[in-house]
Structure formats: structure tokens, C-alpha cells
Design a protein around this ligand. Sequence first.
Ligand SMILES: NC(=O)c1ccc[n+]([C@@H]2O[C@H](COP(=O)([O-])OP(=O)(O)OC[C@H]3O[C@@H](n4cnc5c(N)ncnc54)[C@H](OP(=O)(O)O)[C@@H]3O)[C@@H](O)[C@H]2O)c1
Length: 354
Amino acid sequence: MTPRPLTVAVVGATGVVGRTMIQVLTERLFPVAQLRLLASGRSAGRMVEVEGRTVEIREATPEAFDGVDIALFSAGGDVAQVLAPAAVARGATVIDNSSAWRMDPTVPLVVSQVNADDLGWHEGIVANPNCSTMQLAPVLMALRDSVGIERVVVDTYQSVSGTGADAITELEGQVRAHVAGEPMRASVYPHPIAFNALPEIDVFLPNGYTKEEWKVVTESRKILHLPDLRISCTAVRIPVFVSHSEAVHVETRDPLSPDRARELFDRVPGVIVRDDPSRHDYPLATEAAGRDEIFVGRVRQDASIPGDRGIAFWVVSDNLRKGAATNAVQLAEILVERGWIKAAAARNAAGTRA
Ligand SMILES: NC(=O)c1ccc[n+]([C@@H]2O[C@H](COP(=O)([O-])OP(=O)(O)OC[C@H]3O[C@@H](n4cnc5c(N)ncnc54)[C@H](OP(=O)(O)O)[C@@H]3O)[C@@H](O)[C@H]2O)c1
């Protein structure tokens, strides 16, 4: 099927995820008839280059979605809460990167290679998972489908680009200040991120976890269709610019050897196993940056679990690409391929929200 060219809006087009979305749409030759770049009023009127053409940034208002087929949102939860329903009411299908809609039972939360069929029941809004959950879910899927999962413990080592453009600038500024022997200024994070590891990502919840850690817990359960999955997380921000790394320990229902685990991981679309300790070969943030794949290595038997039912490994992926923009565009591609983007006119005529 040759899809008809679509009117596509990118909301948050000036941010690190929004800019990556524009790049990924172009790279993957997504059938864009018109690209509408939206951001806050602060950026309205700015001109940006896309594929040699100059495109003006417009303010994201409800009216800006008139005629839009697909809207890729990456402008934070508050914006998505208000503008995603407004875009849907005007006939757009929304894929939102914020946490605003992820746990809404009427909104599918989808990783392209894990639960694409869930897209079939969207009512206008589809949620893109949190970046740390995104790279974990395809790997856990392989274990769920082969040996069953009893329990997961994941500790994340997350890059500053996961916080957005201001955090990248803050880390650069602190590194420069350190080299110049000047005091480091922190405003995005509560402490200097340069030369540090901050065990605080997003706000603290009453249960002692941070919201980021709890997103990994609840989103993994929803994506994997394992509502009772026993999973715990510690999320740590580290002074890396791009790519999140994760140390994962899984207790499986049935025994699993590291060799078999590598085979299972290797079969998952979009997952690459890099695991040769003799050559110091394992996934690195710097090598995953700019790539769409999820890299897995350091696969070994977890010695703390009897009966070969424990497996430990290291997962690395670019948080801006697979962790955000690439998955969003992959979901848009699936929606188009399966005919699940409904034309605005048809939806309005049917008088439904979606
Ligand atoms: N960074 C990641 O790795 C990652 C991964 C997954 C999900 N996400 C989610 O993606 C979203 C954006 O993250 P980011 O890292 O790209 O942040 P960012 O670099 O700070 O960019 C934020 C974007 O939102 C826009 N925006 C802010 N207020 C707005 C408003 N009132 N109306 C319209 N647009 C507004 C900004 O426009 P102006 O330039 O005009 O202010 C900018 O384009 C967040 O919800 C984040 O949780 C991020």
C-alpha cells in the first residue's frame, strides 16, 4: 500500500525530542505532505531548516491542529493534557511522549516491537512510553515469552538529554566551569550533575520511589500485559549526554542459560547483542547514541538465584531516538500501514472523539 501523504504536526518542535522527531520523520521517509512545527509562543515566528526548506515555528494552539492527520507531541505533560484532546477533537491522531496519558486505561501505551496490536483500540491518543521503560520492554518480552518472569530489578544510569535541552546546557556549563576553576552552577538539577550520580529523577512519591522509578514499574506492567509483574527500580542521573544504560536482574520461572538468553535477545527486532568480555565488548552509551537499536550485553547467570533461574544483563539505548522519537514515528508508521489513522472528516462525521 502506498500511503497518502499526511499533514503531520510536531509539538515541541524546538526541543531535543521534537528536533529528533523531525530528523527521524525525514530519515524514514514518512509520507509527509505538510509538516507543521509547533512550540510555545516564545518560539513562534522562528524559522528552521528542514530538508533544505525553511519552515516557520507556530504557536501550539487548538486551531493549529485544523487539518492535521498525525500530531507527534513532545512538549511535556501540561501541554499534552490540554492540547492532545483539542487536537483529537479536530481530527488528529496524537502520539504523545509525556507521561500525561500513559496510564489512562483508554490510551494504548506501545513499544513498536512489543505490543503494536494495542494501537488498534486507540480513541485518538496513543502514548509513547518513558525512555527507560522503552529500552527494557523488548528485552523483557523475550524472557516473558520463553521462560516466564518472576521478578525484575532494574537500576538505570540516565543521560542528561532525558531531561531536555536545558540539562545538556547545564552539564556543558558545569564541565567548562570545573576546567576553568570556577564554581559550578546548578539550576535544572538540585546538585551539580557534572562528576556526580544523582539518585533523583522526577519528583519523590509518598512510597519513597521517584516518579521516574514508578513509571518503569507501572508502564512495564501495562506494555507487557503483566499487571502483577514484580518489578523494582532505582533511577540515577549521570553525566552522560545521550543514551540511558540499565543494569537488569531477572528471576525467571524456568531455568535459562546466558547463551540461550543471548539467542532470545538477538531474535527481538531492533535488539543487538554485544557481549564479548574477552575483547572488552559490551554496550556503551557513546556507541548507542545516534542509533535506533537497543544494545544488550554482560549477559550472565545471576549467582544469587538458585537453579539457573536468574539472569543479569546490561541494556543501552539512545533515549532521544528509540526512547522517544524513533518509537513515536514507528507507531505512526504502524497506524498508517494498518489503516488505523482515521481521516478527520470521517471521524467528525461519525461524531466520535476518535
Ligand atoms: N528527552 C528525552 O529523552 C525524552 C524521552 C521520552 C519522553 N520525553 C518527553 O518529551 C517531552 C519533551 O522533552 P524534551 O526533552 O524534548 O524537552 P525540551 O528540550 O525541554 O523541549 C521542550 C519542548 O516543549 C515546548 N513547549 C514548552 N512549553 C510549551 C507550551 N506551553 N506550548 C507548546 N510547546 C511548549 C518547547 O517549546 P519552546 O522552545 O518554545 O519553549 C520545546 O519545544 C517531555 O514530555 C518529556 O518528558 C523526553
